[in-house]
Design a binder for this molecule. Structure first.
Ligand SMILES: Nc1nc2c(ncn2[C@@H]2O[C@H](COP(=O)(O)OP(=O)(O)OP(=O)(O)O)[C@@H](O)[C@H]2O)c(=O)[nH]1
Ligand SMILES: [Mg+2]
Length: 237
């Protein structure tokens, strides 16, 4: 298997099948094998059922249901662990992350081990909220100066990587919490000197459903996560 797309969902019934269809149409004309893995945390709106019914009998679309555990980062790790692809793409399931970048991400990871989408390289941006765009930009500067990270968008969460970069690593020590897991992921990858390229992305408006991000509490979580790395309170080994 060449590529696994991981789609974490929580109450995304409105748009999830449209997103899977769009990804599917992009991928079925590509010269590589793929699977699309949906990791749903037993969403009350019935996201899992919606996907399972729509794609029944199609082995390329694999909905996974987590009945006990909840949380974005552990859902992504669950998907990665159940995936068969040599490369993995992780993305939001509400159309914030445009699927048209998928072929580019897959091709460019032949040359770089990780391709991470960024709102802060030339050509990137955010159609959704100016407040979040600039707030995130300032936070990313803070991450840059505190942890000496070279990546410009450490909260993106739309990326492709060769799965082997996680070989031998205690991945559960990276993949916990919410969007802050991505700071830890990029931090570890940069410390391990894996080649990373940033690709410009323009975030689109969420299509349907409700946001799961509570800006204030997430900001404090992200801030704490960065300080924990800096002060050595968080360590990989
Ligand atoms: N499986 C799983 N997925 C989650 C969980 N929380 C969020 N997600 C998914 O993670 C992605 C990001 O969540 P969003 O609510 O879109 O967060 P956001 O992009 O910061 O906020 P918006 O601007 O509203 O799009 C979406 O695909 C969600 O469905 C969770 O606890 N479990
Ligand atoms: Mg979103």
């Amino acid at each position: 298997m060449n590529l696994s797309i991981i789609l974490p969902t929580y109450n995304e019934r409105d748009a999830i099948n449209a997103l899977i269809s769009e990804i599917y149409e992009i991928l079925e004309v590509q010269p590589f094998n793929f699977e699309i893995i949906i990791v749903d945390d037993n969403s009350p709106d019935g996201t899992y059922k919606e996907v399972a019914e729509q794609w029944k009998g199609n082995p390329r679309v694999r909905p996974l249901l987590r009945e006990k555990e909840k949380g974005l980062a552990t859902a992504i790790l669950h998907g990665i662990r159940h995936s068969e692809g040599e490369k993995v793409i992780v993305m939001d399931t509400d159309f914030n992350h445009p699927p048209k970048l998928i072929p580019l991400l897959v091709n460019i990871t032949d040359y770089f081990e990780i391709a991470s989408c960024s709102r802060y390289v030339i050509g990137g941006g955010m159609e959704t909220s100016r407040f979040r765009y600039f707030g995130s930009k300032v936070f990313n500067k803070f991450v840059h100066y505190t942890l000496k990270m070279q990546t410009t968008d450490n909260l993106s969460g739309y990326y492709c990587f060769k799965k082997e970069v996680l070989d031998g690593l205690p991945a559960e020590k990276i993949f916990f919490g919410y969007g802050d897991y991505f700071i830890r992921f990029l931090y570890v990858m940069q410390r391990m000197k894996h080649p990373i390229i940033e690709i410009p992305v323009v975030y689109k408006d969420r299509l349907g459903g409700l946001s799961k991000t509570d800006l204030k509490s997430e900001f404090f979580r992200y801030f704490r996560s960065v300080l924990n790395i800096k002060l050595g309170i968080w360590k990989l080994n």
